[in-house]
Write a protein that binds this ligand. Structure first.
Ligand code: NCD
Ligand code: ZN
Length: 452
């Protein structure tokens, strides 16, 4: 399938390798065909002059829960991918805890078919692995699963944690087919133990959720996954890292050459336990947002390359589910719309180098999920997926900017440096100043299996 053509003029092109000043980028039929100076547009090709603006690769958000099918009362794929387009995300990797769970080839194909007509950005699908479906692993990969999710701790969907044998076998298969496995790394039995203990004290304050899932839950699970990844040579991604002890375990495993990657999310970098009084259960998420000490360790890990990826963990819920007491409130909130604006703001304030943004949000997720260099970068032959950012302008996150059914984000009202002006998918402008332009032109991206 083709795509659109556009000539971007005078870009400040931000890539992990460095910043290229004053370059032109030509996209023809959806693919980048030339990068250079003073390029002439081929006949009929529109020109977009972006002088003074930053151009980054479109974001590959490896961690979204868009709730369709089965949980549309929380949100749907149309809204989720419109928020993606508005927020500079051109590819989303959709999690499998929908209804029915994506646990076999048939459900995967039905989900892909359903979502294909609704996608405003390109998308790929995860399958889930639990004790009952390890034999479906290969079939799901051949049907196009981009990777798998294994939930070790209790969370939305309550998919029970698999046995160590299932984890081991899944990672063996991962090594063979080069299919990454994303782990929700919290030890189920420890979470239950601490939750019961904290509940028994009668606590009802929002911070009780944090104390019910202490760092040891995440540390143990990370060490266990790293161990099996080492033994099997499987590819593991620890998603939504929040605890410094888990980050230490990740750092150690990576230094030993284990094929293990680490993701964190903006809320762990920008919020801390000091904020529970202000936001209450709005900021309830699994794993919990912790103290500043953990936040600082995460920033350090982002800077030194231990944390390799940043995704959103976009996880919308209905208002009635969020506005409950600390124990009953749902965990998670929408994030795909705010991921890039929040991280650009941090870079423009000098917290991290600008080049870290395309590394953590685009290139590394694309590399891990075998999508690179089609996705995740801007080079000859890549898809023409780009974001144009005005670094001198600013963004105020407003409730009305969300397409989400329940825009319950803790970041509403935040004032940020920088402003996304355009999101471009395969050469077509899909959002301008936060407004989605055009229809759902996203495509399903299947993983093509490689055997070692
Ligand atoms: C996620 C959800 O609601 O789907 N919630 C969350 O708190 N992170 C599930 C998950 O990834 O744990
Ligand atoms: Zn999770």
């Amino acid at each position: 399938m083709g795509g659109d053509s556009i000539l971007i003029r005078n870009a400040r092109l931000v890539l992990p390798e460095g910043i290229l000043e004053d370059v032109d980028i030509l996209v023809e039929d959806g693919k980048v065909t030339r990068i250079g100076r003073e390029l002439e547009p081929p006949r009929g090709v529109d020109v977009l002059n972006v002088e003074g603006k930053l151009v980054l690769p479109g974001v590959v958000d490896e961690h979204v829960h868009m709730r369709e099918p089965g949980l549309e009362y929380k949100d749907n794929f149309t809204n989720g991918t419109m928020d993606a387009a508005s927020g500079g995300v051109t590819t989303v990797l959709e999690m499998p805890n929908t209804l029915p769970p994506v646990e076999n080839r048939k459900v995967l194909l039905e989900k892909a078919h359903l979502l294909a007509s609704k996608a405003y950005v390109d998308f790929a699908l995860y399958g889930v692995i639990h004790d009952g479906n390890i034999d479906e692993f290969e079939e799901m990969v051949y049907a196009g699963a981009i990777g798998f999710k294994i939930f070790l701790g209790p969370t939305t969907g309550n998919i029970p944690a698999p046995s160590d044998a299932t984890i081991y076998e899944a990672l063996l298969k991962s090594a063979k087919l080069k299919t990454p496995i994303a782990f929700h790394a919290e030890n189920w039995s420890l979470v239950k133990y601490f939750t019961e203990k904290v509940k028994a004290t009668g606590r009802m304050d929002p911070k009780a959720h944090m104390d019910a899932r202490p760092p040891i839950c995440e540390e143990e699970a990370t060490i266990r996954i790293a161990y099996y990844a080492k033994k099997t040579r499987g590819i593991a991604l620890i998603v939504h890292m929040s605890a410094l002890e888990a980050v230490e375990a990740l750092r150690k495993a990576r230094s030993e050459g284990v094929n293990i990657w680490g993701e964190t999310n903006p809320h762990y970098l920008l919020l801390s336990s000091d904020d529970y009084d202000k936001y209450g259960t709005l900021m309830k998420v699994n794993p919990p947002i912790r103290s500043r000490e953990h936040q600082e360790a995460l920033w350090k890990a982002v800077l030194d390359g231990t944390i390799t990826n940043i995704g959103s963990d976009h996880a919308p819920h209905a208002r009635e589910e969020k506005e409950k007491n600390v124990w009953e409130a749902a965990a998670g909130f929408p994030g795909v719309r705010t991921l890039l604006p929040l991280m650009i703001d941090q870079a423009l304030r000098g917290k991290i180098p600008l080049t870290k943004i395309p590394e953590l949000l685009s290139a590394n997720p694309a590399k891990l999920f075998n999508l690179y260099p089609k996705k995740g970068t801007i080079t000859i032959g890549s898809d023409g997926d780009m974001v144009v950012v005005d670094p001198r302008s600013e963004t105020i996150i407003r409730e009305e900017d969300f397409h989400s059914k329940h825009p319950l984000s803790p970041f509403i009202g935040w004032r940020l440096k920088g402003r996304i002006e355009y999101t471009i998918l395969r050469g077509a402008i899909i959002a301008r100043n936060g407004e989605v332009t055009g229809g759902p032109r996203g495509q399903w991206i299947r993983y093509t299996p490689k055997t070692s």
